[in-house]
Design a binder for this molecule. Structure first.
Ligand code: HEC
Ligand code: HEC
Length: 568
């Protein structure tokens, strides 16, 4: 018969090292109420056609938003974070914004963009402004993506650009703690799928529209874009006239291809504006292979913010707008697919023969399309680079008898209304468990603590959300702690024993880093003659003198229990 002593339950606490979690970079700083992406509030000239205009001027009917992915404020907010998140590339170095920079009209000042591993893209980056008003709804210079939702997943998988598989992308997004709330708000639950990533990114991209330029200011004051704008200089009005007029009327017919108030190309899509006499890049010819008219033709994206998106054309061959205008003026090349709008009555390339003043005027007009709100609107800006109003120098957890103690220290606080302690058992869905008032504005170290006296069995995660007086929220890194109600019930037998003391535990000692010590009744350690066999979990007590002894159990050097036994 074995007599056994079952050791009562005890609590075992391990503070897990940060290595268990993905390294937490910056977290995005977002407003507590999302920015407005969904209501467009377009000026009237966007929604009503100008009277007597030979071509439509409004954007009516151009929107390529699919019925199953309308813009929502939460969806576009998620899209914004995805767009600026460098974690979403093989080595954490590149985000969409690396090649589509708001300050450059969401294009890239580099002729060819640099991908995650230093490789270069095949073509010049494109502006993302007014993507939603490209009626054909196809994307890339060669229109190879049939929808924006399809397009936005392609850079992730491009071996030069971001270098991921969709499975890796989903994984990385799932592992960033800040995404779960964003997915819940946008889609109702925290499930991360590439389809949802695509939808959110497409919503964000479609939200980027421009109608706050000098051009718009003038346009809103006249009935027709052909009229002189009161806010324009004489030069700008001349440039506008050349832009809108047909070639026989002394203009450049630019509006024929860069059309509507969105200044984006209309159906039937890709054109050849005479860059090369022989095809150097087949462009849309590769996408529409059975139609030779597309050979050497390219998509035209919007001319809005064109001043900021240099260099120009699909290969970035022109460094300045002056070079672009000179191209249209004197450089158009004959090519089998040259767009008829740029040929004369004999089918030869047109020569516009502009004077220097006219060329300068066209450039001046193009610059009136610059819209500073594109780079200045917070809703389109990088949420990762927001300066945190509170500098958190430390955020740690530790074990107390009655729960898990969280402590944090701030070095500077600006406008800090409060901290909310948030807890999660999966680091995805978070629950608020406490509100701690902030110090407001303070520039010395301030300590805070909170005891979670209701820890859950196993691992739990904590983060702080810090709320400003103006409602902005930012999140701390996530820390974790394990609270384990360990039922290593173990027993020793026989007791009393004469030679071998067998210790029964659920798990081998070696896995648990359990250690034993035997003390005599005076509390002195008996070491010399005892053989503790890790494999058989036996303690050889043959050589110790009869009497009462104390067996101590240590876990990771911490004494966790003491049992008495009787040596015969
Ligand atoms: C390494 C640079 C790079 C990165 C990163 C990158 N892009 Fe691009 N993007 C480009 C280039 C270059 C093109 C044009 C390529 C072509 O047409 O062949 C382009 C084209 C596009 C277009 C087509 C625009 C149009 O009007 O047809 C969209 C939309 C776009 N990118 C969105 C994104 C999004 C969203 C991301 C992030 C998921 C992203 N890009 C990441 C370089 C990049
Ligand atoms: C037949 C249609 C057509 C006409 C007419 C036309 N363009 Fe273009 N434009 C294009 C196409 C197509 C592209 C892109 C070509 C490429 O990159 O291969 C383009 C590109 C541009 C670009 C550079 C865009 C960028 O993002 O790099 C500017 C600027 C421009 N055009 C201005 C003008 C002006 C000014 C006129 C009138 C003098 C004009 N265009 C007339 C079709 C046209």
């Amino acid at each position: 018969m074995r007599s056994s002593i079952v050791i009562s339950l005890f609590f075992l606490f391990i503070v897990l090292s940060g290595m268990m979690l993905p390294p937490l970079m910056n977290t995005p700083v977002l407003p507590s109420t999302p920015y407005d992406y969904s209501s467009l509030n377009l000026p009237a000239h966007f929604t009503g056609n100008a009277p007597n205009s030979p071509l439509p001027t409004s954007v009516n009917g151009l929107d390529n938003t699919p019925s199953d992915n309308p813009i929502s404020d939460h969806g576009a907010t998620l899209g914004r974070v995805l767009f600026y998140d460098k974690m979403l590339s093989t080595n954490g170095s590149i985000s969409c914004a690396s090649c589509h920079q708001a300050a450059n009209g969401f294009s890239d000042p580099a002729t060819l963009s640099i991908g995650f591993d230093g490789g270069t893209t095949g073509r010049h980056s494109m502006t993302l402004i007014n993507a939603r008003w490209y009626q054909r709804g196809r994307f890339f210079w060669d229109e190879r993506a049939t929808t924006l939702e399809e397009q936005v997943l392609m850079p992730f998988q491009d071996p030069v650009e971001m270098g991921l598989t969709l499975a890796q992308l989903e994984n990385i997004v799932s592992n960033q703690s800040y995404y779960s709330d964003l997915f819940i708000s946008a889609f109702g639950d925290s499930n991360v799928t590439s389809e949802r990533i695509a939808k959110a990114l497409a919503q964000f991209v479609r939200s980027i529209v421009s109608f706050n330029s000098e051009y718009d200011l003038g346009r809103s004051q006249v009935a027709n874009p052909g009229q002189n704008f009161p806010n324009f200089t004489t030069e700008e009005n001349l440039g506008k006239q050349l832009f809108f007029q047909t070639i026989p009327n002394g203009g450049g017919a630019c509006f024929g291809c860069h059309t509507t108030e969105a200044f984006v190309s209309a159906n039937p899509g890709p054109q050849n504006n005479g860059l090369d006499a022989t095809t150097t890049d087949p462009g849309a010819g590769t996408t529409f292979q059975n139609n030779p008219i597309f050979d050497g033709r390219f998509k035209t994206s919007t001319l809005r913010n064109i001043e900021l998106t240099a260099p120009y054309m699909h290969d970035g061959r022109f460094a300045t707008l002056e070079e672009v205008i000179e191209h249209y003026n004197s450089g158009i090349q004959a090519h089998p697919t040259l767009s008829p709008a740029l040929t004369d009555a004999n089918g030869d390339p047109v020569q516009l023969n502009f004077t220097n003043d006219e060329k300068a005027a066209l450039v001046a007009f193009l610059k009136t399309l610059t819209d500073p709100s594109i780079a200045n609107e917070e809703k389109w800006s990088d949420p990762f680079s927001v300066v945190l109003p509170v500098e958190l120098v430390d955020f740690i957890s530790s074990k107390e008898d009655d729960g898990i103690l969280l402590q944090w220290i701030t070095s500077i606080e600006i406008n800090n209304e409060a901290f909310f302690v948030e807890k999660s058992n999966d680091s995805r869905s978070w629950q608020e468990i406490a509100e701690i008032l902030g110090a407001g504005n303070i520039s010395m170290e301030t300590e805070y603590s909170f005891l979670d006296n209701d820890p859950i069995e196993g691992i739990q995660y904590y983060r702080l959300s810090q709320v400003d007086y103006n409602g902005s929220i930012s999140y701390s890194k996530v820390i974790s702690a394990v609270w384990e109600r360990s039922n290593i019930s173990f027993s020793i037998y026989p007791n009393p024993a004469s030679e071998l003391l067998v210790v029964e535990t659920y798990e081998p000692w070696t896995d648990r880093e359990l250690q034993f010590k035997i003390l005599n009744i005076e509390g002195r350690t008996i070491e010399a003659d005892i053989d503790i066999n890790q494999q058989s979990q036996t303690i050889d007590i043959a050589t110790i003198r009869p009497g009462i002894y104390i067996l101590q159990l240590y876990d990771q050097k911490e004494l966790i229990h003491t049992i008495k036994f009787n040596k015969l």
